[in-house]
Design a protein around this ligand. Structure first.
Ligand code: GRF
Length: 207
């Protein structure tokens, strides 16, 4: 079974959707470790509640991003993971980390990329006045939210939306497309061609 690591910084509702998908049998992968850069991340509690190993690597303990990332790599490689899943991990990752896990990092972003990359995607969408926004799963490259796109989901932006109400509507879709993206990956159905992702047909095992 393929092993993954999930990196979180906050509440970890996306992590929960992945845990639930594994426990229901929808996802045939093992979450080998949940790692956070913040020891008070509720995502760590969620992991512990489900018997998943946890690790904390606090960025504040290191003098540079590179030192922090070298430690991340050391810890993650210790769990022999094939994929690193960023589920609300709020640290910018440098080429050092990204190249070490080339095409093996998947992120979720709360906007329809390439619109509104970076932080506060929901607020950016509201401020801009778009009628629709949503979320994107993508492989991580050296840019900010620029890597090959796996799945996108659209939600309407309503006239009385706040950052929170729009965020919750988007989050519901995040909890759907993140497990779906990981399922495609675990079934070997993702082919990356340049900056495009090709989804391969499922091969039927039934006679
Ligand atoms: C989500 O909106 C995700 O798109 C963004 O950070 C948030 C994490 O939420 N990258 P949670 O911690 O999974 O609840």
């Amino acid at each position: 079974m393929k092993k993954i690591a999930v990196l979180v910084s906050g509440g970890g509702s996306n992590l929960q959707s992945i845990i639930d998908s594994v426990e229901s049998g929808y996802l045939n992968i093992q979450i080998a470790v949940v790692l956070s850069n913040k020891e008070d991340s509720y995502g760590l509690t969620r992991a512990k509640n489900h018997g998943i190993p946890t690790q904390v690597v606090s960025h504040g303990d290191f003098n540079s991003r590179e030192e922090f990332e070298n430690r991340l790599i050391q810890v993650l490689d210790g769990y022999d993971v094939e994929l690193v899943v960023l589920a609300g991990f709020m640290r910018v990752l440098t080429p050092l980390f990204v190249n070490h896990y080339h095409h093996r990092i998947i992120n979720i972003h709360p906007a329809i990329l390439p619109a509104f990359p970076g932080t506060h995607g929901q607020k950016q969408a509201l401020d801009y006045g778009v009628r629709f926004s949503g979320c994107t799963t993508h492989f991580v490259d050296e840019g900010t939210d620029t890597g090959p796109i796996i799945i996108q989901a659209i939600v309407p932006v309503l006239s009385d939306d706040t950052e929170e109400s729009l965020g919750l509507r988007i989050l519901r879709e995040e909890h759907r497309i993140f497990p779906e993206s990981l399922k495609l990956w675990s079934e070997g159905r993702i082919l990356i061609e340049g900056r495009k992702v090709k989804i391969l047909q499922k091969i039927s095992t039934e006679a």
